[in-house]
Design a protein around this ligand. Structure first.
Ligand SMILES: Cc1ncc(COP(=O)(O)O)c(C=O)c1O
Length: 496
């Protein structure tokens, strides 16, 4: 218990004792005094050491877990989590595309000896595909038409004509009848997730997420003090057996999912799993957040959204205009059941009053002029060619021990190294050859070591794909042959 003597509790402070213990332990972890994998003392030991009630320590440990510092292992105890010690990767953990490369990778990039760069990490499409000319025309038209009115505050729920044109777009393109009153404009899907978290979660509420998942969502839930539970993701959607087991123990308020071309795996749910998920939400009384980040980029059949089969009104649907349009506009929309529209509009108001009026008007005009479907047709064509190139290069060049999927849309492949070979280590080897991938641990709540990694062809140009995959394949062969182990973790698990 020596390490804990530096924590001094002040019973007269307004800060509750459990938060004082939580902050003290978090401080020890941040300073590296409690390394990854170290087991925290038992509840009884801690309670007697600090002379507090056992419930106080239980609450402190729960808070540490919600903030990602520790992970509870059933029947074993509470351990310092991997995420808590991986500072170089902090920049990945919100919007993973906003800062695609961690500090350490950037310093390698800046070095003169750098080989050519092959970016399979970035997850937003490269600016060369942005419809800049069409966008400039609509912005100019809006300013000529509306003048200063375009730059006033807007209604919190959004610019009325844009809400209508989105409802119209959902009807014509997706066959979905969305009452325009149920469309809430938000400043990006990240804000949409945050607003739902703010409106629905209280401290200690349970949220289920897919494992692996998009870390920006986990951060939003954690910031509300939610207790996050991971459910394994399979090739055809969430593992329903795992889900039902966990539902029997600990019911969630919300479940966050990306049913189509999931980030990071690219996998989509089967229709059967979508139906079962809705039925489970109804039976157990939880709500689902459906994050539709990229369903429009399909190469075969148009995918069916979860919201399309949501007869029970259990789904909050979010659609972003970042992934396939212009991320800098910060525009997305929520489709919320009418019963919650006011609550959500209020949460939006207290976040940023309203999203940009100029950009909402420009997007409205872009949709009304039919430029959005035209833009999507072009993207589908270009990205299908890149998909095909990546797919063929993987089939030709990857060593047989490597497994990977073949999503029918989006721009991710999920590759799986043999058991015990962690992608965080491969990341280091590939980076030295100028190849950047996204190691799988970044997509787990505890950032636990993972054999999987995400390969995105969003940023790389079509002509570089073959050479990039060849370099990646060389890195993988080198990595597997040399069994790279840079630092040993607990239980002899290789880490960084
Ligand atoms: C799955 C997913 N959802 C939401 C977001 C955030 O999107 P936006 O730019 O619309 O806030 C991202 C960005 O990386 C994402 O990958």
């Amino acid at each position: 218990m020596d390490k804990y003597v530096s924590i001094h509790l002040d019973p007269s402070s307004a800060k509750p004792l459990y938060l004082q213990i939580c902050d003290g332990v978090a401080d020890l972890i941040e300073k590296g005094k409690l390394p990854y994998g170290e087991k925290l003392p038992s509840i009884r030991q801690m309670a007697s050491f600090f002379n507090v009630n056992a419930v106080t320590v239980v609450n402190a440990y729960k808070q540490l877990e919600a903030q990602g510092y520790v992970e509870a292992r059933v029947g074993s105890g509470t351990y310092v989590s991997f995420a808590a010690n991986v500072k170089d990767f902090d920049e990945f953990t919100t919007a993973d595309d906003a800062a695609p490369l961690p500090r350490e990778a950037r310093s390698v990039l800046e070095s003169a000896a750098l080989p050519r760069r092959f970016d399979f990490a970035g997850a937003s499409i490269s600016p060369e595909y942005f419809p800049v000319k069409d966008f400039k025309d609509v912005v100019n038209e809006v300013l000529d038409r509306d003048g200063g009115y375009a730059l006033e505050y807007q209604e919190s729920s959004g610019y009325h004509p844009l809400r209508e044109s989105i409802a119209d777009y959902m009807k014509t393109q997706h066959d979905l009848l969305v009452p325009f009153e149920e469309v809430q404009i938000v400043s990006g899907a990240q804000q949409g997730i945050d607003i739902l978290a703010k409106a629905f979660l209280n401290y200690g509420d349970v949220v289920y997420v897919e494992a692996p998942t998009y870390p920006g969502a986990v951060n939003a839930f954690r910031s509300r003090g939610a207790h996050i539970v991971e459910i394994e993701m399979e090739g055809d959607g969430i593992d329903l057996e795992d889900l039902e087991k966990k539902l029997a123990k600990n019911k969630p308020k919300l479940l966050y999912t990306m049913p189509v071309f999931q980030n990071p795996t690219g996998n989509s749910y089967s229709m059967k799993k979508k139906q079962e998920l809705i039925a489970l939400a109804e039976r157990h009384g939880f709500y689902i957040i459906e994050d539709d980040h990229i369903s429009d980029l399909y190469y075969r059949q148009k995918p069916t959204m979860l919201k399309a089969i949501d007869d029970a009104d259990r789904v909050f649907y979010i659609k972003s205009f970042s992934k396939l349009f212009l991320p800098g506009l910060r525009l997305a929309f929520l489709w919320v059941p009418k019963a919650y529209s006011d609550k959500i509009a209020l949460a939006k108001y207290s976040s940023d009053i309203s999203s940009s009026g100029l950009f909402q008007r420009a997007l409205d005009l872009f949709l009304r002029k039919g430029l959005w479907p035209k833009h999507l047709r072009r993207l589908r064509k270009v990205f299908y060619e890149k998909w095909q190139k990546t797919h063929d290069a993987l089939a030709e060049q990857m060593p047989g021990e490597l497994k990977y999927n073949r999503p029918e849309g989006g721009h991710f492949f999920w590759l799986q190294l043999p058991r015990g070979f962690y992608s965080m280590n491969l990341y280091q080897v590939a980076m030295k050859k100028g190849v950047f991938i996204m190691p799988g641990n970044l997509f787990y709540m505890s950032q636990r070591p993972s054999e999987g990694f995400r390969l995105s062809f969003a940023q790389i140009s079509a002509r570089d794909i073959d050479e990039g995959i060849q370099k990646l394949s060389e890195s993988i062969k080198l990595f597997l042959q040399n069994n790279y182990t840079i630092i040993q973790g607990p239980n002899d698990r290789p880490l960084l």
